[in-house]
Design a protein around this ligand. Structure first.
Ligand SMILES: [Zn+2]
Length: 498
């Protein structure tokens, strides 16, 4: 029996029991980055949120195909239908090939994700590698009468679509609101029948570098096409989960739904999941807003704002950033501040200390601490729409029990100790994806490392018991030289890497 996971579906605006289309298999698509700048805290949040979902689904027994795309063409400035391509602009400014810009920032993105212990997705398709699929999507929509060609470009006919379908069902907007707030309304475009229509294919201007032949013009696909086309290619015409940041609900995901329905007659996605934003002084942190702090800047501890003031009081480790993100529910906003990050750093240290101490506890015949319900309480929290802050609070509570055993104020049986170790390893390492920054390795390597140091220190205790002082000192000195701090306790030892 699998865990009964409930997730909040943006489409139905309620938590729903997750039931995949195919037993044991989950198809999941998440909108990845537009690679024209360094990854910042705002990029870390969807990456970490859906990494935890990816890990959790696998832990509870599903085989998951996780597709996270790379947008390397067609994403224009201000997310609009007119203007310069974000990547082409960067390439022009830096005198590089657009694909050099893409590769450079993609490599850096991967490095940052690796530091955050975000697992690579199963497939990471590039928009520029799927032009044929996107052209086919546009052809299908045209054939079904929901798009029109105009001056070499193709636009989605939103008004016509809305006569028989609901454009706005995901975002909760109605067409009138969209018409009234449409940015393109202002600049009097003539190519579109209606300002709310969005581009499926754009004819390239002569100076535009990234262009491909199509039945309509040499040009490039509209931004929304790639996710519909690549989602279908790799996950099928219907799949389970589509995720992304809340800022993508409109227009990007609303347009994806319209494209799917207009091209194949039915929705493609069953559960729409959106993480909330990271804010800075109450405003969304975003590349286009220019108020972002990159992950590398967090790791190195220096970021100057536009007035030249230092924003970071210290460096923050990748795991502190990950823990900071996980300490909030993914659907709540998180406001960046040094105080909040410092609190996360302390909290993480406390959790890692308990995890570490857990391996040093000596079991007794019976337990005076309650361990039994912890595993299920952690599962229950995860099953409640990935409530990671509640999981963390359960682990903290268990950490207090670990400390009282460690301090000799309580006892734990060997069965309970084993259970506690398993639950900590499972939730901290495998599901929340946290690791000890100091050791940097995976949970297995870390466990082996702890066991090896413990073994040396037990050999030292034996040497002392045998009055082999030379041996005891040698072990101590060599470990100290390696950077370990060793403290003797009345019935054992305590150590840490300093
Ligand atoms: Zn997308």
């Amino acid at each position: 029996m699998k865990q009964p996971l409930s997730i909040y579906n943006t489409l139905t605006r309620k938590k729903e029991l997750f039931q995949p289309l195919h037993e044991n298999l989950v198809g999941m698509y998440v909108c990845g980055p537009t690679v024209y700048g360094d990854a910042h805290l705002g990029h870390a949040r969807p990456a970490v949120t859906f990494d935890v979902l990816f890990r959790y689904l696998q832990r509870i027994g599903y085989k998951v195909r996780y597709v996270r795309n790379i947008t390397d063409v067609g994403h224009l400035e201000h997310d609009a239908d007119e203007g310069e391509d974000k990547i082409a602009k960067k390439a022009r400014l830096e005198q590089l090939e657009p694909m050099e810009v893409v590769q450079y920032y993609l490599n850096r993105y991967h490095k940052a994700m690796d530091a955050l212990n975000v697992l690579p997705p199963s497939i990471e398709p590039h928009a520029s590698g799927h032009i044929i699929e996107q052209i086919q999507l546009v052809k299908d929509i045209l054939a079904n009468g929901y798009a029109y060609e105009s001056e070499g470009s193709v636009y989605f006919d939103v008004v016509k679509y809305n006569q028989s379908h609901h454009y706005g069902k995901l975002s909760g907007r109605n067409l009138e609101d969209v018409i009234n707030t449409s940015r393109d309304n202002l600049d009097g475009q003539t190519e579109k029948h209606n300002p709310v229509d969005f581009a499926l294919w754009k004819k390239a201007q002569p100076e535009h570098i990234m262009r491909w032949p199509s039945p309509w013009s040499d040009g490039f696909p509209g931004w929304h096409c790639e996710c519909t086309a690549m989602g279908k290619k790799y996950l099928g015409s219907q799949f389970d989960i589509h995720g992304g940041g809340m800022d993508l609900v409109f227009p990007h995901h609303e347009c994806e739904i319209a494209q799917a329905v207009a091209s194949q007659g039915q929705d493609m996605v069953r559960y729409w999941m959106h993480n909330n934003m990271i804010t800075i002084n109450g405003q969304k942190m975003g590349t286009s807003l220019g108020n972002f702090i990159t992950l590398d800047e967090f790791f190195s501890g220096s970021h100057k704002d536009k007035d030249g003031r230092e924003m970071l009081q210290q460096p923050y480790s990748p795991m502190t950033i990950r823990f900071f993100i996980l300490q909030a529910h993914y659907r709540s906003t998180v406001d960046f501040s040094n105080e909040a990050l410092q609190a996360s750093e302390k909290g993480l240290e406390r959790l890692m200390d308990s995890w570490h101490r857990l391996r040093q506890l000596t079991p007794s015949d019976s337990s005076s601490v309650e361990v039994g319900g912890l595993r299920q309480r952690c599962y229950d929290a995860m099953n409640d729409d990935l409530n990671t802050p509640v999981v963390i609070s359960h682990l903290f509570e268990a950490g207090r029990a670990i400390n009282s055993v460690y301090d000799g104020k309580a006892t734990i049986s060997s069965a309970d100790l084993k259970e506690l170790q398993e639950v900590f390893d499972l939730f901290i390492a495998d599901i929340l994806g946290l690791k000890d920054d100091a050791q940097g390795g995976n949970a297995k390597a870390e466990a082996a490392y702890h066991a090896a140091v413990d073994m040396l220190l037990r050999m030292r205790m034996e040497a002392k018991a045998n009055k082999d002082w030379a041996k005891a000192d040698q072990i101590r000195n060599e470990l100290t030289a390696l950077g370990f701090e060793i403290k003797d306790r009345k019935d054992g030892f305590e150590w840490k890497l300093v």
